[in-house]
Design a protein. Sequence first.
Length: 291
Amino acid sequence: MQFIRLESIDDPRVEAYTNLTELQLRNRLEPAKGLFIAESPKVITRALAVGREPISLLVEEPWIDGMADTFAAIDARWGDDVPVYVASPEQLRRLTGYRLHRGALAAMRRWPLPSVAQVCEGATRVAVLENIVDHTNVGAIMRSAAALDVDAVLVTPSCADPLYRRAVRVSMGTVFQVPWTRIGGDDVRYWPWKGLEELHGLGFTTAAMALSDDSISLDDLVARLAPTVPDGGRIDRLALIFGTEGDGLSRHTIANADLTVKIPMGHDVDSLNVAASSAVAFYATRDARRR
């Protein structure tokens, strides 16, 4: 590795890390340069493990020795000319705008997203995130999807970026482990009409997670996944669709999905946060076929 000690936080070589607390600058900088920011040694390690290419690292000086294995892995895979910019804790706080408790950031190269068909090949259970705008929720859903064996995640064109720094951090790097792509790419008119058609064409039963007059319970959905259900009534490939915070799923999605599903609630609670509801749905449907 090339260890370069920063004399000033205004060094242009670390411009990818500047102003990371400003939403507008992050959105403009990361996609334009084809980069994303991974935060913390654990997240960086998970990204490297699946072949994500590091462009540079920014590390607090006290963390250098503890990251020796990470540096060795980068040298072995990407060569020894990847720069590691070394900063004091105070420099890094001034650079990012907050105290970085995990000691390390990495600027990494984005990769071309696969097609929906590629991501869904062999999948029996996928999640669709419709227009979810909170990066914390996106990261939490990714983490639940990984933990509860969801085969793939599809995000709609207006959904928040799973590679946004906070989403990556909240996911604990599982965004690199769960196959995902953007259904319809950047075409905001693709979803829900063409997107639902694509899922149906791939053999998925689409289940909109929403409250409506004809919603079935999550328990009823799970019952339809069991291997004992006769052919024709069993759901073989399931796409669980989760809506944006506050407004939930669009009426077009609800009207054109195969099923509308609700989670039974007590104490007059009508709904859960989307990250919590996705975890419940993932867990409930996880072992249905085995049972």
